[in-house]
Design a protein around this ligand. Structure first.
Ligand code: UDX
Ligand code: UDX
Length: 457
């Protein structure tokens, strides 16, 4: 092992795991170790049943594990041996004290910084992978400066832009890689060491270098812009339903304008995932801290529009089902926050399920990958919830089906057969607009899409 080629990643989650696997695969001369405080998670990474589902991940882990990719629980040893330390621990929204419900909870981040400090000797580059409030690197640097003996720790920001479900593809062919550092000789040297890793497979012109604050803030800004597009199109979906315009036609028409572009204009029951809500609320909190209330309100409305869209979906279900779902069996197809992942963090399905349960419905949840997480999310509601992998069984005896995740498998089900087993009149609420609504209508269903005319018998 040549000097400078020992990488450690602290945090073996949805970001740390796939990112390190791709780095190990692309950089055979580096030794990559991933550590986590959660021993069960590390055990799972070392087993045949990885802790997360991500297309293409299994194969890549099998190719690299125990060659130059290692999963371990010995964080201190990892820190001592590493030249470069990626920090990918979670930074959830604070649930207590000042900034509760908005600010980022940095306790894990700070604990990790102190753990690095306690065990580090010599020169190391620390890489912020987790999404953090702008200027966190400064705080980290201050913690590091507290050390009396010989350790030189330079903090570099390298935010992750991968989306779940396409993580491996996003990592292998990123639109760009962003690396920010201090603009001192030491900072630039550290930045170049991180550039050298990505340069193994990412074209040089796609590796963007910047100062550390721009890099931190760009991650928050990217997520805010992406979420804003969804809230914008979802606001128009409500207007479409009121005016008999069709949201897919509107999205197509505006998306062909090259200045607007076609991506992220799919109307839905709402956006979920671990990042959008958390990062925008964090941005709002930061803006308030700088006295920029108009900016804070502007971005907060993106989150509010999303909450409104989720509420609207449940309200539409309720009013269509004759204003009562009490005692009715309702099948939810999909619980993950998007297709191709088992992750349910901030999934709109959680909101919809809870809304229906509040109305005393009996909710049957089906999902090909997310049932384990769904069970945990609805632990307190186990009485009126059933979990069923087979969508045909889930729909048996149901008054309505709601599509909440855009899994391909739901497009190809035999809806004629399903119709026969449901209570009539039967309803489909397509929260992802993935089904053929006219065809379902001709089979006898009442069909409600997002931003589409309601097809009622
Ligand atoms: C990441 C980033 O950390 C987050 O800031 C970003 O916004 C989204 O992506 P993610 O990988 O999705 O989060 O989170 P998670 O899957 O929860 O992984 C974090 C891991 O860090 C967990 O496995 C947790 O056990 C571990 N951890 C947490 C530590 O190893 N040490 C700690 O002190 C805290
Ligand atoms: C997001 C960012 O895309 C990624 O760059 C960042 O690193 C982390 O946050 P992720 O949360 O994994 O990634 O998923 P993403 O594909 O962005 O989807 C977020 C949510 O928006 C999902 O619930 C998805 O279903 C929804 N969505 C997305 C829509 O409703 N409509 C769209 O057009 C696109």
């Amino acid at each position: 092992m040549s000097a400078g080629k020992n990488i450690l990643c602290i945090g073996a989650g949805y970001v740390g795991g796939p990112t390190m696997t791709v780095i190990a695969a692309k950089c055979p001369e580096y030794r990559v170790t991933v550590v986590d405080i959660d021993k069960n998670k590390i055990e799972a990474w070392n087993s045949d049943r990885l802790p997360i589902y991500e297309p293409g991940l299994d194969e890549l882990v099998h190719r690299t594990r125990n060659k130059n990719l290692y999963f371990s629980s010995d964080i201190e040893k990892g820190i001592r041996e590493a030249d470069i330390i990626f920090v990918s621990v979670n930074t959830p929204t604070k649930t207590f004290g000042q900034g509760a419900g908005m600010a980022a909870d940095l306790q894990y981040w700070e604990k990790t910084a102190r753990q690095i400090l306690a065990n580090a000797e010599g020169r190391k580059v620390i890489v912020e992978k987790s999404t953090l409030p702008v200027r966190t690197a400064a705080a980290m640097k201050r913690i590091f400066n507290g050390k009396t003996h010989d350790a030189s720790l330079e903090v570099v920001s390298n935010p992750e832009f991968l989306a779940e479900g396409t993580a491996i593809r996003d990592l292998e062919k990123p639109d760009r890689v962003l690396i920010g550092s201090r603009e001192t000789a030491e900072g630039i040297r550290a930045r170049e060491e991180i550039v050298a890793i990505y340069a193994h497979w990412v074209p040089r012109e796609k590796i963007i270098e910047s100062n550390v604050w721009s890099s931190e803030l760009s991650k928050l800004a990217s997520n805010a812009f992406l979420a804003q597009r969804i809230s914008s199109i979802n606001s128009f979906s409500a207007l479409c339903e009121a005016t008999e315009a069709d949201i897919d036609q509107v999205a197509y028409a505006i998306g062909t304008d090259s200045r607007i572009g076609p991506d992220f204009l799919k109307a839905s029951v709402g956006f979920g995932g671990s990042c959008f809500r958390k990062d925008i609320l964090n941005l709002v909190y930061i803006c308030q801290g700088y006295g920029l209330d108009a900016v804070a309100d502007y971005w907060r409305s993106v989150v509010e529009m999303n909450e409104w869209q989720e509420q609207r979906f449940v309200r539409n279900m309720l009013s269509s089902l004759f204003n009562t779902v009490a005692g009715k069996r309702i099948a939810l197809f999909g619980f993950a926050f998007k297709a191709n992942t088992g992750d349910t963090r901030e999934s709109p399905a959680i909101y919809v399920a809870r809304g229906l349960l509040e109305e005393r419905a009996h909710v049957v949840i089906s999902d090909p990958k997310a049932l384990e997480n769904a069970r945990k999310d609805l632990e307190d509601e186990s009485e009126n919830v059933t979990f069923e992998t087979d969508p045909y069984k889930a729909a048996e005896g149901a008054h309505a089906i709601a599509i909440l995740t855009e899994w391909d498998l739901y497009k190809d089900l035999d809806y004629e057969k399903i119709f026969q087993t449901m209570v009539h009149p039967a309803f489909i609420f397509d929260g992802r607009n993935i089904l053929d609504h006219r065809k379902l209508f001709s089979l006898g269903y009442n069909v409600f899409g997002i931003g589409k005319p309601f097809l009622k018998h």
